[in-house]
Ligand binder design. Structure first.
Ligand code: ADP
Length: 458
């Protein structure tokens, strides 16, 4: 009898949601639809969060600074134990990719809704991740899958073999920090020394690696979903090339003008890699895509902000499926059940000045949200909501879906014209302007496009 057939009861029937904002509400909705008890935690700044009303339990775990609440492992675990939670969903950010936290959750006999700690740890070390991906046949950026030698002459030889420009990256880096582009041999030694020191200070890990610097890539990623029994599927590709300072601003699915068979090939590779490393839950393989080739850069071992565009094109509720596989159910979908229908776009609506990007927390005095066919808004805010200054500035995700990319763009323009937020500044005006940019509207712009476009407008 298989492990699945012997599953007498799901592993849990209550979930502590260790996050805040729109994603906390998104996860709460999925829990409620599955009949799971939702236990929400909050910091003092989020005591009046609107999702409090619909939570089964709502527990304050500490003061406003994230380090003392959402990032405080002991406080989250204590809340889980006292409320009798059976599982913890970490959402994204905060503790979601913290292997020690995942270990601590499971040590208490609770389910961590995510992969095993060993896979989180592996993907958190970019050298280990690259080694695992190369071994699984996932294409990586040219360059060795080993840490850089301390010997600068040896490093120079490696760089020469790869060919300039190269990029020196910290194995423990994240959030776009701990990397340096080197365009010629005479800059190399300095870049290695500075980046190593930065890596030691910022990530407590001095290991570096080096790879080819791709000059005009797009950011294309593959969403995967795996169960506990070695089954896995990929749900499509997303293009997240519209970035500012390595932060995604607009995401879409599918990735424009990449042939379906090319996407399918890389998707199958990602699933094969998941099977090889025993991955479970949802995850995202991030690639740079240039001249019709994919190059793996990292894997995110959690739910991502941009998951809705894949939900819209696949028709699959990713958070529901994530909860179901974590409960111990076998994946009900096979690869043949997964399609890609129409086109979806997502704008991240941030509480910030649309052109200086200065944060703009404070009271939302009035808000009107767009609607109509193919329009979805994932948000926890409403009129009278006070955007706290302590956290990420994203207040909403505006998502549209339509049969074609052009129709989705039109739908987004209308939705953006309907959306009003008063009392604080938002980047809605920036999105309206981007949706008039002919290059973006044609599709397929690279990861530098948005910054160049912004610089030209200054
Ligand atoms: P992080 O974990 O800090 O986000 P990534 O490895 O995902 O680091 O890289 C972040 C961004 O840096 C990428 O989206 C891309 O813009 C740029 N980048 C990283 N590696 C390369 C490379 N080899 N060539 C060109 N750009 C790169």
């Amino acid at each position: 009898m298989s492990a699945v057939a012997s599953l007498k009861a799901p592993f849990f029937d209550s979930v502590l949601i260790a996050n805040r904002g729109e994603i906390a509400l998104r996860i709460q909705r999925a829990c409620r639809q599955l009949g799971l008890r939702s236990i929400m935690v909050c910091s003092e700044a989020d005591r009046d969060a609107p999702y409090r009303e619909t939570a089964d339990e709502f527990v304050c775990i500490g003061p406003s600074p994230a380090a003392q609440s959402y990032l405080n492992r002991d406080a989250v675990l204590a809340a889980a134990v006292t409320t009798g939670a059976g599982a913890i969903h970490p959402g994204y950010g905060f503790l979601s990719e913290n292997a020690a936290f995942a270990d601590a959750v499971e040590a208490l006999g609770l389910t961590f809704i995510g992969p095993r700690a060993s896979e989180i740890r592996m993907m958190g070390d970019k050298i280990a991740a690259k080694q695992a991906m190369m071994a699984a046949g996932v294409p990586c950026v040219p360059g060795p899958d080993t840490a850089l030698s301390e010997d600068l002459a040896e490093v120079a030889n490696v760089a020469e073999t790869i060919g300039y420009p190269v990029i020196v990256k910290a194995a423990g880096g994240g959030g776009g920090r701990g990397m340096r582009v080197v365009s010629s041999a005479h800059e190399l030694a300095g870049a290695v020394i500075v980046t190593r020191e930065e890596a030691r200070r910022a990530f407590g890990k001095p290991e570096l690696y080096i790879e080819k610097f791709l000059q005009h890539p797009r950011h294309v990623e593959i969403q995967v979903l795996c169960d506990n029994y070695g089954q896995g599927i990929w749900l499509g590709a997303r293009d997240c090339s519209m970035q500012r300072r390595h932060q995604k601003v607009i995401e879409e699915a599918p990735a424009p003008s990449i042939p379906a068979d090319v996407v399918a090939r890389i998707g199958d590779r990602c699933v094969a890699a998941c099977k090889q490393i025993g991955y479970r839950g949802v995850g995202t393989f991030e690639f740079l895509y240039e001249d019709n080739e994919f190059y793996f850069i990292e894997m995110n071992t959690r739910l991502q902000v941009e998951h809705p565009v894949t939900e819209m094109t696949s028709g699959i509720d990713i958070v529901r499926e994530q909860l179901r596989v974590a409960q111990g159910y076998q994946l009900e979908l096979s690869q043949a059940d997964v399609g890609c229908f129409g086109h979806s776009l997502e704008c991240r609506i941030n509480a910030e000045d649309p052109f200086t990007f200065a944060a703009s927390p404070g009271l939302i005095s009035a808000i009107s949200l767009p609607g109509g066919p193919g329009v979805r808004v994932d948000t926890h805010v409403g009129p009278g909501y006070k955007v706290p200054p302590q956290y990420d500035s994203m207040i909403a995700k505006l998502i549209v879906h339509a049969p074609t990319r052009d129709q989705a763009i039109t739908r987004m323009r209308v939705a953006l014209s309907e959306m009003r937020v008063e009392g604080i500044a938002t980047n809605i005006a920036l999105h309206r302007a981007i949706f008039e940019d002919p290059s973006f509207c044609r599709g397929g712009t690279d990861i530098h496009h948005l910054e160049k476009w912004l610089a030209e407008r200054r």
